[in-house]
Design a protein around this ligand. Structure first.
Ligand SMILES: Nc1ncnc2c1ncn2[C@@H]1O[C@H](COP(=O)(O)OP(=O)(O)OP(=O)(O)O)[C@@H](O)[C@H]1O
Ligand SMILES: [Mg+2]
Length: 225
């Protein structure tokens, strides 16, 4: 099933065109990787999916299933890392949009937050301060948070930045398990080997734009086509 369709999409900041005329779709169950050099517009594309950046031209259509919310793990800036809140508070803030003006989170939301912390193996540290955790633990917290918006699809903007090799592998394993369990993954990555290992389909932004299957991407970066 098609979850997000991009038609003739162009994104721009002022006069600067990041890319134009993109046509592709993201399907249920995809492990969709977005590659491309710094400044090519990967994060901006995610912002457009989330409705935080207006297309200059073309449109993005989301299936009804995901209109109520999309889970998002933002690209990490070191400042956010010291966020003064507990693990639980960070995770449950994933419901903020759904909660609206209700003063408290309801029991169902608390249950789902617990379930997501359990899923990421962080339930036992739920009372700890987010700012005191390791980088890998923080990413688990942020993925648990993203899953509160929906467990249909999550957007991950460079989820392994700053992690050591072992923790990076752990993160990839967790993301892969979520995908196996039916969560559609959209991941921005600078790590070409991980993209080739995990992606079902790839979008590569830059002077030349590629979008296609993993198989075709391998040929593309080898220069076969
Ligand atoms: N709010 C903004 N106002 C103006 N220009 C912006 C804004 N945000 C991003 N840009 C510019 O748009 C371009 C694309 O930025 P974006 O953050 O999408 O790139 P990226 O592919 O995610 O790069 P990176 O790999 O470094 O994260 C950059 O040249 C950036 O300077
Ligand atoms: Mg970025």
């Amino acid at each position: 099933m098609e979850l997000i369709r991009f038609e003739n999409l162009s994104l721009r900041y002022g006069n600067r065109v990041l890319f134009k005329d993109l046509n592709f779709s993201i399907y249920e169950g995809d492990y969709f990787c977005i590659a491309g050099e710094n400044g090519s517009g990967k994060t901006t594309l995610m912002n457009a999916i989330l409705g935080m950046k207006e297309p200059a031209e073309g449109k993005i259509t989301k299936s009804n299933d995901i209109k109520t919310g999309i889970g998002y793990l933002p690209q990490q800036k070191s400042l956010q890392k010291n966020f003064p809140a507990s693990v639980y508070e960070v995770v449950i803030s994933g419901f903020q949009k759904k909660r609206g003006f209700r003063p408290f989170y309801n029991n169902k939301e608390k249950e789902i937050a617990d379930k997501n912390m359990k899923r990421l193996g962080i339930l036992d540290i739920k009372k700890q301060s987010f700012g005191e955790l390791s980088g890998g633990q923080q990413q688990r917290v942020l993925i648990s948070r993203a899953l509160c918006a929906t467990d249909k699809i999550i957007l991950l903007d460079e989820p392994v930045t700053g992690l050591d090799k072992e923790t990076t592998e752990e993160m990839y394993k967790i993301i892969n398990e979520l995908n196996d369990a039916g969560v559609t993954i959209v991941m921005i990555s600078h790590d070409a080997s991980a993209t080739i290992r995990y992606a079902s389909r790839v979008l590569h932004l830059g002077n030349k734009v590629f979008v296609g299957t993993n198989e075709d991407y391998k040929k593309y970066i080898r220069g076969d086509k």
